[in-house]
Design a protein around this ligand. Structure first.
Ligand code: ADA
Length: 569
């Protein structure tokens, strides 16, 4: 088992996990490349643990910019070697033994390098740049803290010459209307990307789902070859109340060498009607929290225990879903959602972009790549029921509509299992009238709204207005909330008190649940989170205090109120 997933993903590979202490040095002037850090790392470097966010330490609490990491690893046998990174925030370059082997943009999706290395000791150097600028995703000024660092796991694996580079799982289910049996028939296609580092050769490719397998003899040229294998089998469906999972294995065999990778899948359908989101044809109420990966001690790099505590708290409150506001979450968290039957909407960090920002060189390409990487990484998770492509962008601007159209197309084209696509808007009546043209492009509406907090107004009116614009799409009230400083009590339940927040959320949730076109809600937010002091200095404690728990997961009055409200939901 690799600790970054909850199941074994590559059983045949000799693996070294490079988590632990690395040498670390900040480089505020960005002079390290010129100074030759990849070959000569500074002698006076400090130490930093990996994975971690450097902004979760006292020494580098506020540091945004470039920093360098270095460590050694040993290979008992030489040969093809895969070095993979779960996440480096946000712009990463990697050198092995002084040679540049990988560049990657985007802090929340993985990347890797495959190199031939000799037996012996090697050193790996990483330049991580957390700078946010006019072209970065996320942009400067977000209402969450721009943590930097190697925030997810680093793994080295020895691989054979011919190996499984990746696998994609695609399936069709029967109509599922069988009365006397819970079983269904699934047509599964496992597409195995076989990578050959040597000369053309014949290879045996095997794919299996549980105990059903199929194999193929193929000839693979040097480079990448995609091999699709299909099989049929009876399956029990995954559902939030009965989260059945199946292991998918893909293997290549070449002479004495064998390489195997594993994924896990749950069989279910997701679709929408004009009022409902349905799993396996059954309507589900989406009772969600918006959750940042954040904690005072760990920042964005969360240990397994914390992920579990968060899921327990979600479950105990009668909630059943998470919107991963506003970026791809750790894959192990999604594994646990699969196992526990929690529903997930995943997002990429296009947070409050306008047309000018989308139009800057490389910005749309970066986002498209992030979305592809997200879908490639997470498409097999049954818990993930939708992709959200933007949050609160200037949707009335033509450039934003064009960018959104492209992102929606990427999501539809890339996802083999055709999940619904959505986006979160706070812009339903641009310029005071008419519908949001971006919401017209997606399958269900996610509406963010704060009447009674930032502005005057009532939730019933906001929801009725959204419905008027979109009579044919289900609506999720995807953000609503009020700030409460933990412990703040007032005689009159004033703003910022715990009781103001509890009353506010109760009203919004009840209003949403009464509307037949509302398929669910997502409370802003799960817990208090650190925000960016440069832009949000007016927030008490420089935190977004709309959590129903504080930053240490201590419940506020609102948490108990939500639990009472959803009792038996
Ligand atoms: C927006 C935004 C969130 C958060 C929230 C708030 O809706 O999408 O990230 O900033 O407002 O608390 O104001």
């Amino acid at each position: 088992m690799t600790h970054h997933r909850t199941f074994e993903t590559a059983p045949t590979r000799r693996r070294r996990v490079l988590d632990g202490i690395w040498a670390f040095v900040t480089d505020p002037e960005d002079a390290g490349v010129e100074a030759g850090y990849p070959e000569r790392f500074p002698d006076d470097a400090e130490r930093m643990d990996v994975p971690s966010a450097w902004n979760a330490t006292s020494d580098y609490y506020d540091y945004e910019g470039v920093a360098w990491y270095r460590r050694e690893f040993e290979l008992p046998n030489g040969g093809p070697t895969r070095l993979s990174f779960g996440g480096v925030c946000h712009d990463a370059t990697v050198w092995v033994d002084g040679e540049r082997v990988a560049d990657h943009y985007g802090g929340y999706t993985p990347f890797e390098a495959v190199e031939r290395l000799d037996a012996g000791t090697h050193d790996v150097v990483v330049r991580a740049d957390s700078t946010r600028d006019e072209r970065s995703i996320p942009r400067p000024g977000t209402d969450w803290f721009p943590y930097g660092g190697i925030t997810r796991e680093v793994v080295v694996e020895s691989i054979p010459e011919v190996f499984v580079d990746d696998l994609t799982v695609d399936y069709d289910l029967g109509d599922g209307s069988t009365d006397d049996s819970p079983d269904d028939q699934a047509d599964v296609t496992v597409t195995v990307s076989v990578r050959n580092l040597g000369d053309a050769t014949d290879t045996q490719v095997t794919a299996s789902v549980g105990d059903t397998s199929v194999e193929h003899e193929v000839s693979v040229d040097p480079g990448l070859t995609e091999v699709s294998l299909t099989l049929e089998r009876d399956v029990e469906r995954w559902s939030p109340t009965d989260p059945r999972l199946y292991e998918v294995r893909a293997a290549v065999e070449n002479g004495d060498d064998r390489d195997e990778r594993r994924e896990r899948v749950g069989f279910r359908t997701v679709d929408v009607t004009d009022t409902e989101i349905r799993i396996n044809g059954d309507p589900v109420e989406f009772r969600a929290v918006n959750r940042h990966e954040d904690h005072p001690e760990w920042g964005h790099a969360q240990p397994l225990r914390l992920q579990e505590i968060d899921l327990d708290l979600i479950d105990d409150a009668g909630l059943n879903a998470v919107r991963t506001s506003h970026y791809p979450n750790h894959p192990r968290f999604l594994d646990r959602c699969d196992e526990r039957g929690v529903l997930v909407v995943e997002e990429i960090p296009y947070w409050q972009f306008d047309a000018e920002r989308f139009a800057r060189e490389g910005v749309l390409d970066r986002g498209r790549t992030m979305l592809r990487e997200l879908i490639d990484r997470d498409h097999a998770h049954p818990s993930v029921v939708a992709w959200s492509v933007t949050n609160e962008c200037a949707n009335e601007e033509e450039g934003v509509v064009d960018a959104t159209r492209e992102l929606v197309a990427v999501a539809r084209e890339r996802d083999p299992n055709g999940r619904p696509v959505t986006l979160a808007s706070n812009n339903y009546h641009p310029d005071g009238e008419g519908a949001d043209p971006c919401l017209a492009l997606v399958d269900f509406v996610c509406a963010n709204a704060y009447p009674g907090w930032y502005s005057e107004g009532e939730y019933a009116d906001v929801l009725a207005g959204v419905r008027e614009d979109y009579p044919d799409k289900p609506v999720v009230l995807s953000e609503f909330g009020a700030g409460a400083v933990a412990g703040e009590r007032t005689r009159d339940g004033a703003k910022w008190s715990e009781s103001f927040q509890a009353d506010f959320l109760e009203d919004a949730i009840e209003t949403a649940r009464e509307a037949e076109f509302v398929a669910g809600f997502a409370i802003w937010q799960f817990c208090d989170t650190r925000t960016d002091p440069r832009n949000w200095a007016t927030r008490p404690k420089t935190k977004n205090n709309k959590g129903i728990l504080d930053e240490y997961r201590r419940p506020k009055e609102a948490y108990h109120r939500v639990r009472d409200l959803l009792d038996g939901a």
